[in-house]
Design a protein around this ligand. Structure first.
Ligand SMILES: [Zn+2]
Length: 337
């Protein structure tokens, strides 16, 4: 049985591609972080190698060993960690892809198909992507590449064009809530996690076992609330800190900006009386009673746009300090009481 939840369309697509005979050589699975791309990829690798007629059975040696990452014919390629700092490197290197290229030349060792899952295809360096392109142009038999990405625009278009593209969508919030309840989460917590996850079940499940995720989110929102009340000296100090952090952990800074963007979005929804779409449901009282009254709709829309622009500029390698300072200047000051 497929384990990935809420992705019936994607499952049908993959099942059909097997039923037609030869599956494609490469698939690109796109969708937001934690939407289920890796679960789907592992499930598909199980289907390709399962010994039961009801694949993926989840019980046979192939299925169980793929699930526990012990199957020699299924390899996951991610960014390596820097030995000194312990942090992820910025790219998947050409050396990693050369190793893939070599390994792909040999037939499956124990299974029916060799499967390479490239987790974070947007991280392929341009040399790595070009090296991979050569493999895709002459794909070895019984080898399947599954490229996963939350940022399709970062994947080389010539690589994308050689893959079957499959988009994964977030689940409706009530389905995430129901799934969490079946896993023993109480109703109010399930409701909160379902809203915060924005339909990405993987995030909700992670937050269930790692409560610090909720704590970190709270800290980001608190920081932003503080900023909105502060003068430029404080704001520029925060911009400088974030710019330094961006050099080490660009994704973390991106998450901070997305959290802020979500806070403004909630304010707008409250002002427009669309409460059911609010994400930060645990902070509804504060949002409703105070903050929605101190900013105008025009200010809120401007703030959302500026945060989105900053995220885009940072992706396009703008100077982080400058981009963040410009954002700080653009955060509106509250309307006079
Ligand atoms: Zn099986």
């Amino acid at each position: 049985m497929w384990q990935v939840l809420g992705q019936a369309r994607a499952i049908r697509f993959l099942e059909n591609s097997i039923a037609r005979g030869e599956p494609a050589h490469a698939y690109l699975l796109t969708g937001p972080p934690h939407v289920g791309k890796m679960t789907l990829a592992r499930n598909f690798a199980q289907v390709l190698n399962c010994s039961s007629p009801q694949a993926p059975c989840g019980q046979c040696p192939s299925c169980t060993r793929i699930a526990s990452s012990k199957y020699s014919d299924v390899q996951v390629i991610i960014r390596l960690k820097d030995e000194k700092t312990g942090r992820f490197k910025r790219e998947i290197s050409i050396d990693q892809m050369r190793d893939v290229q070599k390994a792909a030349q040999f037939p499956p060792y124990e299974g029916k198909f060799k499967v390479f899952i490239i987790d974070g295809a947007e991280w392929l360096s341009s040399e790595a992507a070009n090296c991979f392109l050569k493999t895709l142009e002459e794909p070895p038999a019984r080898v399947i590449f599954l490229l996963l990405t939350a940022k399709e625009s970062g994947v080389l278009p010539t690589v994308v064009s050689r893959c079957q593209r499959l988009e994964l969508h977030p689940m409706p919030s009530n389905q995430v809530e129901e799934t969490l309840i079946t896993q023993g989460v109480d109703k109010s917590q399930a409701q909160l996690l379902a809203h915060l996850s924005q339909g990405c079940l993987g995030w909700a499940l992670q937050a269930k076992i790692e409560p610090q995720l909720l704590q970190q989110r709270q800290e980001k929102t608190d920081l932003f609330r503080q900023l909105a009340k502060s003068g430029y000296e404080v704001r520029f100090g925060v911009a400088a800190e974030l710019a330094v952090q961006f050099e080490r952990e660009p994704e973390q800074v991106n998450t901070v900006l997305e959290t802020w963007g979500m806070w403004w979005r909630d304010l707008l929804l409250i002002k427009e009386r669309c409460h059911k779409w609010v994400v930060n449901v645990d902070q509804m009282a504060e949002l409703e009673q105070s903050e929605a009254n101190v900013f105008s709709v025009t200010q809120i829309k401007g703030a959302i746009k500026n945060i989105q622009l900053t995220i885009r500029y940072l992706r396009q390698n703008a100077n982080p300090r400058l981009a963040l300072e410009v954002l700080m200047l653009s955060i509106p000051l509250p309307l006079p009481a």
